[in-house]
Design a protein around this ligand. Structure first.
Ligand SMILES: [Zn+2]
Length: 179
């Protein structure tokens, strides 16, 4: 019986042979990499994976045994979940829990669907705002929206990072990053 909680966020961080973070894969995929000697486990997760012949600690971080050349994906896709993750699931206007996406300069008036013009917002602020701009309402944005940057975003996207990955990813809060 596999002794592993099938949580939605369960995955393993894959590092290149150089320890550079590459991507997140399923725990099962990471275990296959380790069992086929394509990777070594560098940090265990919780639990043990059992197969017909092997028992293996659940891998949390694995490192490829051979270097792979990977082109960088510099553009981070704009998705609803990614906006929530960037904004910490907080409303950009009142800092309450965010449930909706707001276009700061309204789309109905030509506002762009771009990282610089979308923020997470609570339903109340979004409804009140309607097709007005924050300036017209005398509202202020908590921070200026921008496209997310950095290795953590490249690898994780909107995924919540496992604390065990912190040694390999730069997981500083976006607010503390230099502009
Ligand atoms: Zn709000």
């Amino acid at each position: 019986m596999p002794d592993i909680r099938p949580t939605a966020g369960s995955g393993a961080l894959v590092l290149n042979a150089t320890y550079e973070p590459l991507c997140v894969v399923s725990v099962r995929r990471a275990a296959i990499l380790v069992l086929s000697a394509k990777a070594v486990c560098v940090a265990d997760g919780e639990g043990i994976l059992h197969s017909a012949r092997n028992a293996l600690p659940v891998p949390s971080v694995v490192r490829l045994t051979r270097y792979v050349r990977v082109p960088y994906r510099t553009h981070i896709g704009l998705s609803r979940r990614a906006v929530f993750a960037r904004d910490g699931w907080r409303c950009a206007y009142c800092r309450g829990p965010a449930e909706t996406i707001d276009h700061v300069f309204p789309r109905s008036r030509g506002g762009r669907h771009a990282w610089e013009n979308v923020v997470a917002a609570c339903a109340r602020c979004n409804h009140t705002k309607g097709d007005k701009t924050p300036a017209e309402l005398g509202w202020r944005l908590h921070h200026l929206p921008a496209a997310p940057k950095g290795a953590a975003w490249r690898v994780l996207g909107h995924r919540a990072p496992d604390p065990r990955w912190a040694d390999w990813l730069d997981l500083r809060e976006p607010e503390t990053e230099a502009a």
